[in-house]
Design a protein around this ligand. Structure first.
Ligand SMILES: NC(=O)c1ccc[n+]([C@@H]2O[C@H](COP(=O)([O-])OP(=O)(O)OC[C@H]3O[C@@H](n4cnc5c(N)ncnc54)[C@H](OP(=O)(O)O)[C@@H]3O)[C@@H](O)[C@H]2O)c1
Length: 259
C-alpha cells in the first residue's frame, strides 16, 4: 500500500534509538523528511547520518530534552525554519523511573508530568498551527500497554500517561475539523535497550523472564520496533487519517480485554 508520505515533514521524538528510531526510519523510507530529537547529541547525530545513508531522505537532528518547554519550542521553530511547516508529529521519548508509587516525592511526580504529559501538550500546541495552515496533519503519542492495564512499579508512567490519553482524546475532537488526527499507540514488550532495563529491574534471571513473557504472548514473540513503526506510519498517513481519538495496543495479543 502506498502511504503517500513523500515529502511530508515529520518530527519524531526520542529518535536516536529504539522505537523512535524505528518510526523515524519507517517514515523516512516512505519518503518523509524527518526531524529527530534526543538529549545526547553524538548518538543523535550518528543516528541521523545512518538514517540519511539508509533512506536517502532529508534528515534533521535537533538536540532536545522533552521535559523542557524551551526545547519543545526550539524544535518546532527549527523544523519550520528549515522546511517551512510540519505535517506529522510523533511524541516519544524515554520514561520516568520505575518504582513503588509510595516512594516518589513531588519532584519525581512533577518530572514525570513534564515528560509524559506537558511534553505532548507543548509539542501539539507548537505544531498544530502549522498543520492547520497546511490543511491537516497526523499526531501520534507513544505510550504503553501499562497505561491501559497498570503494572506495579510503573506508576509514574501509568498516571501521567492517563492524563495524556485524556488530553489526546479531547484534542482529536477539537482538531478533527481541521483534518488533524490524534492517536495514542501503546506498545507491549518491544526489543530495545529499554526492555533490557525493564527485565533487569525485575530482579530475576532475565532469560527466564523473557521466556515466561514470550509464553504469555499469543504471537509467541517479543515485538520489534517495526511492529510499532508500521502502525504509526499508517496512522499519520492520508490512508489512516479517518482513524482518530484511538488508543491502540501493539502487543502481540498480550492484553486480554475485549474493549
Ligand atoms: N521497549 C519497550 O518494550 C516499550 C514498551 C512499551 C512502551 N515503551 C515506551 O516507548 C518509549 C520508547 O521506548 P524505547 O524502548 O524505544 O526506549 P529507548 O530504546 O531507551 O530509546 C529512548 C529514546 O528516547 C530518547 N530520550 C529519552 N529521554 C528523553 C528526553 N527526556 N528527551 C528527549 N529524548 C529522550 C533517548 O535518547 P537520549 O537518552 O539521548 O535522550 C532515545 O533516543 C518509552 O516511552 C517507553 O516507555 C517501550
Amino acid at each position: 500500500m502506498e502511504l503517500s508520505l513523500k515529502g511530508k515533514i515529520a518530527i519524531v521524538g526520542g529518535a536516536s534509538m529504539g522505537i523512535g528510531y524505528g518510526i523515524a526510519r519507517m517514515l523516512a523510507a516512505e519518503g518523509a523528511r524527518v526531524a529527530m530529537t534526543a538529549r545526547r547529541e553524538p548518538a543523535l547525530r550518528e543516528a541521523a547520518e545512518r538514517l540519511r545513508a539508509e533512506t536517502g531522505t532529508e534528515v534533521l537532528p535537533v538536540q532536545a530534552d522533552s521535559r523542557r518547554a524551551d526545547d519543545c519550542k526550539r524544535v518546532v521553530e527549527t523544523v519550520v525554519a528549515q522546511w517551512g511547516g510540519v505535517d506529522i508529529l510523533v511524541n516519544n521519548d524515554g520514561a520516568p523511573p520505575l518504582g513503588d508509587i509510595m516512594s516518589f516525592d513531588d519532584a519525581a511526580w512533577q518530572k514525570a508530568m513534564e515528560q509524559n504529559f506537558m511534553y505532548v501538550v507543548r509539542m501539539v500546541r507548537g505544531t498544530v498551527p502549522h498543520m492547520k495552515a497546511r490543511g491537516g496533519g497526523g499526531i501520534v503519542n507513544i505510550s504503553a500497554i501499562s497505561a491501559i492495564q497498570p503494572i506495579a512499579g510503573f506508576g509514574l508512567s501509568v498516571a501521567s500517561w492517563g492524563g495524556m490519553i485524556g488530553y489526546a482524546k479531547t484534542a482529536s475532537i477539537e482538531l478533527g475539523p481541521f483534518g488533524i488526527n490524534v492517536n495514542t499507540v501503546c506498545p507491549g514488550y518491544i526489543e530495545t535497550s529499554r526492555l533490557e532495563k525493564v527485565f533487569a529491574a525485575g530482579g530475576e534471571d532475565t532469560a527466564k523472564m523473557r521466556a515466561d513473557l514470550v509464553a504469555q504472548v499469543p504471537m509467541r514473540r517479543i515485538g520489534t520496533v517495526d511492529d510499532v513503526a508500521g502502525l504509526v506510519a499508517l496512522l499519520v498517513s492520508p490512508r489512516g487519517n479517518y482513524i482518530t481519538g484511538a488508543t491502540i495496543q501493539v502487543d502481540g495479543g498480550l492484553l486480554r480485554h475485549v474493549r
